[in-house]
Every structure is written in C-alpha cells, then in structure tokens.
Design a protein around this ligand. Structure first.
Ligand code: LCS
Length: 394
C-alpha cells in the first residue's frame, strides 16, 4: 500500500526519518562525522564509481543532513533538496550552476543586498549580466528577456520593501521561452508560499530565518527537480564546497517541527503591529503584504497563506530619526536577520542593503527613512508598547 501524503503540519515532524532504522531513537541522531569507513578497498571503489549506494565523505552526503533535505523537498513539493552552509552558498551554487559567461539573468527589482553583490561580481568577473524588473505584467517580463537569458530570479516578498511578484505570471512567461524560474522563498517559508506549485522550477531559502527560527544557525536549502539538483550536488556544491554541517542540520530539523505554529504567531503579531503602525502620526507609510489596500493584496491572497511576519515602515523624519527610533527601543533587538523568536529591527539603507549603491537603493525603494521589523513570538502588545514609546520620543 502506498502511503498517503501527509499534511504540512505532519510532514515538518516526520518526513525523511524512520526511528526503526535508528535503534528507535525518537529524535534523528546527529551524525557528527566527516568520513565513512569501507569494509574493503573494493567497496570503496564501488562507492566512488557510484555502483553501490552508501556514504563516502560528508561533503558528498551525511545522514542527518539528508533527513533535512528530504523534509524540505517534501515541504516545498520538489523531488530533491540540497542543504548549504548559508543562504548565500545556496544562492551562489544555483546561479553558478545555471549560467555561463555571456549569459543574462532577469531579476525581481529588489533583492537581498548580498544577492545583489553576487550579481555585480558575476557581471564584473564573468560577463554574466542582469536586469531588474517589477514583473508587473507579461509584457514587462517579455521585454527584458534576451536570447542569452539563462534564468529568472525572484524574491517575493521582496526584501525589504515587501512588494510581491506574481509567481504564476512569471512562470507562464518563462515557459514560453523555456527559461527556469528560481524563487527565494526565505520571507515566506513553505508554510506560507510554495513556488513550485505555482509553476516555478527551483526554490531556495536562507534557512537561517524561519526554517531554523531560533537565531542559532546560518544555513541554506535548495529544492527542485532531481536532475537539476543532482547536477548541482556534483558540481557547484561538491566542488565549491559550501555544505551544511550535521549539527546545523540537526538544529534545523528541530526548528522545523514548530514552523507552522511559529508562523501563525509571527503572522498574527505582524498583522496587529501593522494596524497600530499605520495609524501612528510619526509613520509615513507601512509596507505589509497583508494590507488590504496594498496594490499587491490580490497576489497575496492567491499565493500566500497569510501576510507573513515582516513589516517595513517609513518614518516622517531623517536617517538620524530612523536611527534614534532604533536606539530608543527597550527589548526589541537591533539586529539583521529575521524569523527568530525575538522581534528584530534594522535599518536596511545602512545595514542589509548598505552594499547596494545609493541610486540602485533608491530604485528599490530603500530610503533612509525605511525601517524593517521582523515580528517575533512575544506578546504583540509588548512589542507595540516598546515601538510606541520609542516613536513618542522622536
Ligand atoms: N535571501 C534572502 C531573502 C535573505 O534575506 C538572506 C539573508 C539571504 C538570502 C542570505 O542568507 P544567509 O546567507 O544570510 O543565510 N538576509 C538577511 C537579512 O535580511 N538580514 O540579515 C541577513
């Protein structure tokens, strides 16, 4: 009898692990090993030749890491998952695997600062060019596709402006040209948004954020078709070597178990804070995908379960006022990263997006007055009281 596919809330806890195979250990064991012994020299030969299944060396595979990879593949609805040392190791492995010198990448207009930095480097060193697009219509996307366009790379919600990209629309155009679509799903997690179901080809995460959820791991994950990921595993992962450590995989397996209940609380807190922030006189604008008046709200309803746990807002004032607001906070932490139990606040123009030149930053909508908040798991009333007292002191 084939086993019925389980719901996401069950998959985050059980997929990819059978306690019977591990002496009944309820929790997946941590295989903290760099290498694996062969019974004979001939067995070693067979393993290296790919004629016999089995572990060889932890840069090529580790049982604890494999559990996480299988679980993430099931959660995103892909055939295979691959784990990396960081979100940027995942982004770079995918982009390098998909492109060669002279190619072109079409990107959503607005990307995490280091992804922007990587694209700049690829252009300077390898002549792999890129364009940015709001991707608001099929025409707008088609206009920027060239014969050498090797992939479309999308973040949605966009970091940090919270603009949304319609994934089904992008996937439809990409299919016309047979170009793969890569989606950075870090801000949503598979609980809120599943890009592969929308027709996209590769999904990746900074697992540092909601996947881990506890601020104690830096990691990345990629999910997609087996053929593509087998290729990445044997090239940009194996030979560049940005693999995930078994300990980090073990922590992520633990963190993942509570993903749905954490996300429910993150989203609830963000919705409450949005209501309060949008009425405050010292705030000029709030960017939040759950805002019913936001032009992207219909996209949110179609492709996300909730509005997510992140809010960006612009204050009435200067860059110094934005910094003063952060300095006045009491328990809300000034820190980059997101998706942790603690509410985190940061100033994108001088922190996550400081590497983006001022002109490009402006085009992305990252002004000096913009602040990004990752709603934590605390009582939302306490988060609001801290924000309110800091706003009142401006
Ligand atoms: N993609 C997105 C959307 C991100 O926000 C980040 C990191 C990355 C990829 C890279 O992942 P990492 O290598 O750090 O695991 N974003 C950060 C942020 O917004 N604040 O600090 C890091």
């Amino acid at each position: 009898m084939t086993e019925k596919r389980k719901r996401l809330e069950t998959t985050v806890i059980h997929e990819g692990y059978d306690a019977k195979e591990m002496l009944g250990s309820l929790t997946p064991p941590l295989f903290q090993t760099s290498t694996y012994t062969f019974d004979t020299a001939e067995q070693g030969e067979r393993r290296f030749a790919g004629e016999e299944e089995g572990y060889v060396y932890s840069r090529l595979g580790n049982p604890t890491v494999n559990i996480l990879e299988e679980r993430m593949a099931a959660l995103e609805g892909g055939e295979r998952g691959l784990a990396f040392a960081s979100g940027m190791a995942a982004v770079s492995a995918v982009l390098i695997a998909l492109t060669k010198s002279g190619d072109h990448i079409l990107c959503s207009s607005g990307l995490y600062g280091c992804t922007f930095g990587l694209l700049q480097m690829m252009e300077e060193k390898y002549q792999i060019t890129h364009d940015f697009s709001q991707m608001e219509s099929k025409e707008a996307i088609r206009e920027l596709i060239r014969p050498e366009t090797a992939c479309i790379y999308v973040e949605t919600p966009v970091n940090p402006t919270m603009k949304l990209i319609d994934l089904e629309l992008v996937a439809e155009v990409a299919r016309e040209y047979d170009i793969p679509v890569v989606v950075d799903n870090t801000f949503s997690s598979p609980y809120l948004q599943r890009p592969l179901e929308a027709g996209c080809d590769v999904v990746l995460h900074s697992a540092t954020k909601y996947i881990g959820g506890h601020g104690d791991v830096v990691a990345g994950v990629v999910v997609g078709k087996k053929d593509f990921l087998d290729g990445v595993a044997m090239t940009t992962q194996k030979d560049i070597g940005g693999i995930m450590s078994p300990m980090d995989a073990w922590l992520l397996i633990r963190g993942l178990k509570t993903l749905p209940i954490r996300l429910d609380r993150h989203c609830h807190n963000a919705a409450k804070l949005f209501e309060k922030l949008s009425k405050h006189p010292k705030i000029a604008h709030v960017y939040y995908p759950g805002d019913e008046d936001h032009p992207d709200y219909p996209i949110m309803q179609r492709q996300m379960k909730h509005g997510g746990g992140l809010i960006a807002f612009e204050i009435n004032g200067s860059k110094q006022d934005a910094q003063r607001l952060l300095n006045h906070l009491s328990f809300i932490k000034i820190a980059v990263s997101l998706g942790d139990a603690e509410t985190l606040i940061q100033h994108p123009a001088t922190m996550t997006h400081a590497v983006v030149p001022p002109d490009a930053r402006k085009e992305m909508g990252v002004t000096d007055q913009l602040i990004r908040l990752s709603a934590g798991l605390e009582a939302w009333e306490d988060i609001w009281e801290d924000l309110e007292q800091a706003l009142d002191r401006l």
